[in-house]
Design a protein around this ligand. Structure first.
Ligand SMILES: [Zn+2]
Length: 143
């Protein structure tokens, strides 16, 4: 998946703001070329009592889908942070994941975003995440 440096910084800023809670949001873009992020869209984490969960409301999903439709994009991914935890999907992440969608996880150590991994459910059984290479570019080539 490809993301620009500026887009990744938006996610890092969000992760910093919500620390020690998880941040979450949408990656709008296209599935072409292994996934191209065009927009980072924040969502509100509805979970406020645990630091290891995120919940996005159905309403926000609908709004993100509408924004994507209007821009001619798809929701290609969901991002969230892992405060003081590695950027590896949790059991909850696994159970709630959708097929086809990229899951970008940023680990935050003592408030500072450290590193990021991207995952996607494997197309075949058993249900598991596979690691997806993330390419950070200055900007996307003008298509
Ligand atoms: Zn998680």
């Amino acid at each position: 998946m490809k993301i620009t440096d500026a887009q990744l910084k938006q996610i890092y800023a969000h992760a910093k703001e919500t620390y020690p809670y998880e941040c979450c949001g949408f990656l709008l873009g296209s599935f072409d070329h292994g996934g191209l992020v065009r927009q980072v869209r924040r969502a509100v984490n509805q979970n406020t009592d645990r630091t290891d969960r995120f919940v996005i409301s159905g309403e926000e999903f609908a709004q993100a889908q509408q924004a994507a439709d209007e821009a001619g994009l798809d929701i290609i991914g969901i991002y969230h942070s892992h405060p003081d935890w590695p950027p590896i999907p949790s059991q909850t992440d696994m159970e709630s994941a959708w097929e086809e969608v990229f899951y970008l996880i940023t680990s935050v150590h003592e408030g500072a975003p450290l590193n990021t991994n991207v995952w996607k459910l494997a197309a075949d059984a058993p249900r598991r995440f596979i690691w997806i290479p993330l390419e950070i570019v200055d900007e996307h080539d003008k298509a």
